[in-house]
Design a protein around this ligand. Structure first.
Ligand code: GDP
Length: 405
C-alpha cells in the first residue's frame, strides 16, 4: 500500500517496523502512525485489506479482540496476568483502576506466582526424591515436621495475600462493611445511626423474607456501603438456601466485617467456634447506654462501645470504619492486585495445601499421595500465569539431585 500520497512525504504519516522476536508480539510487526483523522484511518485500513485480498495468499484481515495480547502470550512474551493487565488498562474507568492494572501489567502477580510456585515445587522435589529412594535405608530428604511447616507457611501466605489484596474488579464499587450479629442486637438501628438518616425498612416479619439492606454512609475518608446480612441459619427451604448463599457472597465481598453484640446479651462464640472471615473484623458492642443505666451486667466487649439510641460513640465508629475500609482500597506496598479469577485460584491452591498438610502423617509410608496433592496445587497455581507445567518439576529433580547420572 502506498501511503506516501497520504502524507508520509510531508511528515503526516509514519511507518515503524519491529523485527521479531524483539517486538510486542514476538513476531514481525509494522506500525502505521496516522493523524487522528477518522477518514484517513478508514482509507488506510480499507486500502490494506484490499491489497491483501488482491495479493498472493490474500492474508490481510482485521485483528480479533485481544489478538495482539494473545499472540504475545502464546509467543511467551507475557503471561496471562500481564495480558489481563492490558485488558484491565483498556477498560479502566478510574485512576485507581488504572494504577491497579499497571501492577498486573508490570508483572507483580506474575512474580509472586512464580516465586510461590518455586517454593511449592521445591517441597515437591524433596517429596519425590523420597519416592525414588524409598527402599534405601537412612536416606531422607525432608522430615515430616519441616514439610508440615513449609506447607503451613505457604497456606498462610496465601490467606494473607487474599485478605489484603487490591480487588481490581471491585475498585469502582464502594468499599463495603458487612454487619453480622444475633437478631435484636441492634444492627439495623446502628446502621441507621451511622448513615445518619432513616432508610426505608423492609419490615421483618420474624423468620420470613428479609432482603439484604444496604445504605451509604459518608465519612471523612469517603463513602462506605453498609450491609446488614441475615443471621446464619440452616437452609431448611429454597428461600433460606438462597438467603444463605447471598449472605455468604456478601461476606466474601466484604472489605470489613463489623461484628455486633448487645451489652445485655452474651458475647458471641459461647462454646461455638467463631467463624473466620477473609476480611478484617471489628468488634462492636451496641446498647452501651444500658451499661450506664446499670441494666446490663457491665461486661465490656470489643474495642468499640456505642449506643444507637443515644448516639454515644457513633461518630468515632463511623470514622474508624471509613479509615479501615479506605486503607483497604489504596493500592500500595507489596499488596497484590487480584481479579476474581486470581482470587478463586489462590483460594483453591490454599485449600489443596491444607489437604496436603493432612497427608503429612502418612507421608513416610505413602509419599506418592502427598506428591500427587502437591502436583495438583502446582497445577492450580500455574493456571494463574498459564505457564508452569509439571515437567518443570522433573527438570528440577534432575538438576538438584543428579538422579540417573
Ligand atoms: P437487629 O435485629 O440487630 O437489626 O436489631 P434492631 O435494630 O431491630 O434493634 C432491636 C431492638 O434493640 C429494638 O427494639 C431497638 O430499639 C433496640 N436498640 C437498638 N439499639 C439500641 C441501643 O443502642 N440501646 C438500646 N437501649 N436499645 C437499642
Amino acid at each position: 500500500v502506498d501511503l506516501r500520497g497520504w502524507g508520509e512525504g510531508n511528515g503526516l504519516a509514519a511507518v515503524l517496523l519491529f523485527e521479531g522476536p524483539r517486538s510486542f508480539t514476538g513476531e514481525d510487526v509494522a506500525e502505521v502512525h496516522l493523524p487522528n483523522s477518522p477518514a484517513m484511518v478508514r482509507w488506510a485500513i480499507d486500502a490494506m485489506l484490499a491489497a491483501g485480498r488482491e495479493g498472493e495468499g490474500g492474508a490481510v484481515r482485521l485483528a480479533g479482540p485481544g489478538e495482539f495480547s494473545a499472540r504475545a502470550f502464546f509467543n511467551g512474551k507475557m503471561d496471562l496476568t500481564e495480558a489481563e493487565g492490558i485488558a484491565a488498562t483498556i477498560s479502566a474507568a478510574s485512576e485507581t483502576q488504572l494504577r491497579a492494572a499497571a501492577s498486573l501489567r508490570e508483572g507483580d502477580l506474575h512474580k509472586w506466582t512464580v516465586e510461590t510456585a518455586e517454593k511449592l515445587a521445591n517441597l515437591l522435589a524433596l517429596v519425590e526424591a523420597g519416592i525414588d529412594f524409598v527402599d534405601e535405608e537412612g536416606v531422607r530428604f525432608i522430615d515430616p515436621a519441616e514439610l508440615r511447616a513449609g506447607l503451613q507457611g505457604l497456606a498462610e501466605e496465601m490467606w494473607a495475600q487474599l485478605a489484603q489484596a487490591v480487588r481490581i474488579d471491585r475498585l469502582d464499587d464502594l468499599p463495603t462493611a458487612v454487619f453480622v450479629g444475633k437478631p435484636n442486637v441492634g444492627k439495623s438501628s446502628l446502621i441507621n445511626a451511622l448513615a445518619g438518616r432513616e432508610r426505608s425498612i423492609v419490615s421483618p416479619v420474624a423468620g420470613t423474607t428479609r432482603d439484604m439492606l444496604s445504605v451509604t454512609m459518608e465519612t471523612a475518608h469517603g463513602h462506605v456501603r453498609l450491609v446488614d446480612v441475615p443471621g446464619e441459619e440452616m437452609p431448611s427451604d429454597e428461600l433460606r438456601a438462597k438467603m444463605m448463599a447471598a449472605r455468604g457472597q456478601a461476606l466474601l465481598d466484604a472489605d470489613l466485617v463489623v461484628e455486633v453484640v448487645a451489652a445485655d446479651q452474651a458475647a458471641p462464640g459461647g462454646g461455638r467456634e467463631r467463624p473466620t472471615y477473609a476480611a478484617p473484623v471489628m468488634e462492636v458492642m451496641n446498647k452501651a447506654d444500658l451499661l450506664a443505666e446499670g441494666c446490663a451486667p457491665g461486661r465490656e466487649w470489643g474495642e468499640w462501645q456505642v449506643s444507637a439510641r443515644t448516639g454515644q460513640g457513633i461518630e468515632t465508629l463511623r470514622e474508624d470504619i471509613g479509615e479501615a475500609v479506605v486503607r483497604q482500597e489504596a493500592a500500595s506496598g507489596g499488596r497484590l492486585v487480584l481479579n476474581q479469577r486470581h482470587r478463586a485460584l489462590v483460594r483453591e491452591t490454599r485449600a489443596v495445601l491444607v489437604e496436603a498438610g493432612e497427608l503429612v502423617v502418612t507421608f513416610e509410608r505413602h509419599p506418592e499421595l502427598l506428591a500427587a496433592e502437591l502436583r495438583r496445587g502446582l497445577d492450580v497455581l500455574g493456571q494463574i500465569t498459564g505457564t508452569i507445567s509439571p515437567d518443570e518439576v522433573l527438570g528440577r529433580i534432575f538438576s538438584t539431585f543428579c538422579i540417573g547420572k
